[in-house]
Design a protein around this ligand. Structure first.
Ligand SMILES: [Zn+2]
Ligand SMILES: [Zn+2]
Length: 393
């Protein structure tokens, strides 16, 4: 993707003190002035000036370049419009005010999945918004993140567990809700509405063609100021600890699949939504079953007499065994289909594919031997020639 993820939490126009509709000449002028004022040579030892100088240079590198500026504007407008994916709950432009809500509806893969090759949960997807709200620089510099971090883990399942779906306990170490303050970060529950953003958590900037919203730095995007911070968590609402959660793995996961569990990642500060948990599932092989898509495959040993005369055989499934009728004259290696006994799906299930494999006895007792000799003669007499019509002759 051409757009750079780190741009999401930057405010390059703000850094240069120009509006987003400023002309290229104005941007250049603003950059020159600020670069001169904050140049390290004229401000020896001044860390603040140095930082400002770097930020100004970075900003100019992007919005001073016509192509990069276009891409940056696109990314910003996409974020501020909120008109895609589940972000659009509030409709219209700007962020919906509900980021403090309990709905962990931030399915980033819905938004940027295609651009990132559909790999939900790849690192970086979360960074776009995590970074924007979290603010590593630029506008959100002083803001606290408004969503918990995503967490990745791996589990290994038996073939049958993976096929049928299972629940499995997983131990995770990370930010979890503080039990003292129940995640609010407040000792007595008392908060007052942030004056800077009037409780919305966002500062709207109407500049040029775009209405931009950025997280309020006064309250960290929460819209509220805690009066008496909880001493256990220092007012963040979260503490680092190991927790055990039960993860539900849907039926039919395949080896290497990544399962996303919304809201099961690290707790967000001050009761903000938790991040997501991404579980990479490894699946062990099975002694009896293999699978092909949604079909479950099994090979069943049979006697020659069973396939020649026809028989009903008992075949294992993921649940209780089923009886399968093998018609008389079934050739070795024939596959019989049992509908609906394969891998369970949301609606219905795949099929069970039963392949018969004729077993030849190594030793026969005298009565079986004499019976088989009699059979061989009868077979010959009947005119059966196994190599009749065979191309090898
Ligand atoms: Zn607390
Ligand atoms: Zn605020």
């Amino acid at each position: 993707m051409a757009m750079q993820q780190e741009w999401a939490d930057k405010d390059y126009y703000g850094d240069l003190g120009v509006s987003s509709s400023a002309s290229a000449a104005d941007i250049k002028k603003a950059y020159r002035k600020l670069a001169r004022e904050n140049h390290p040579d004229s401000n020896p030892g001044d860390k603040k000036a140095e930082e400002k100088f770097k930020r100004v240079a970075e900003a100019y590198d992007v919005i001073g370049d016509e192509q990069k500026r276009k891409e940056y504007d696109q990314l910003k407008s996409m974020i501020s419009s909120g008109g895609f994916g589940r972000f659009g709950r509030g409709g219209g432009s700007g962020f919906p005010g509900g980021f403090r809500g309990t709905e962990a509806e931030f399915d980033l893969s819905d938004i940027f999945g295609s651009a990132a090759g559909g790999q939900a949960g790849d690192s970086g997807l979360g960074d776009i918004f995590g970074g924007f709200f979290g603010g590593r620089g630029g506008a959100g510099r002083n803001a606290r993140p408004s969503r918990g971090a995503d967490v990745e883990t791996e589990i290994t399942l038996d073939f049958r567990e993976a096929a049928k779906g299972t629940t499995i306990p997983v131990e995770l170490t990370g930010e979890a809700p503080c039990t003292t303050c129940h995640g609010s970060g407040s000792k007595d529950g008392k908060t007052h509405t942030c004056q800077t953003c009037s409780g919305s958590g966002f500062i709207r900037e109407n500049s040029g063609a775009f209405g931009m919203a950025r997280p309020c730095t006064n309250c960290g995007g929460t819209g509220e100021i805690i009066e008496d911070p909880c001493t256990t968590c220092g007012g963040t609402g979260t503490v680092r600890r190991t927790r055990s959660i039960t993860v539900r793995i849907p039926a039919g996961v395949i080896d290497g699949q990544k399962v996303r569990l919304a809201g099961q990642g690290e707790a967000g500060p001050n009761g903000t939504p938790a991040g997501d948990l991404f579980v990479t599932v490894h699946v062990r092989g099975d002694e009896v079953f293999t699978r092909s898509g949604d079909d479950l495959e099994v090979t069943v040993p049979v006697a020659f007499s069973e396939v020649a005369l026809g028989a009903t055989i008992t075949v294992p499934t993921l649940d209780s065994p089923v009886k399968v009728k093998v018609p008389a004259g079934t050739p070795n290696g024939r596959t019989l289909r049992v509908k609906g006994r394969g891998i369970p799906k949301r609606s219905g299930a795949g099929d069970l594919m039963v392949t018969v494999e004729v077993k030849v006895p190594k030793d026969l007792d005298p009565s079986a031997t004499s019976a088989l000799r009699a059979y061989a003669q009868a077979e010959k007499d009947s005119g059966f020639d196994p190599r009749a019509g065979w191309a090898g002759l």
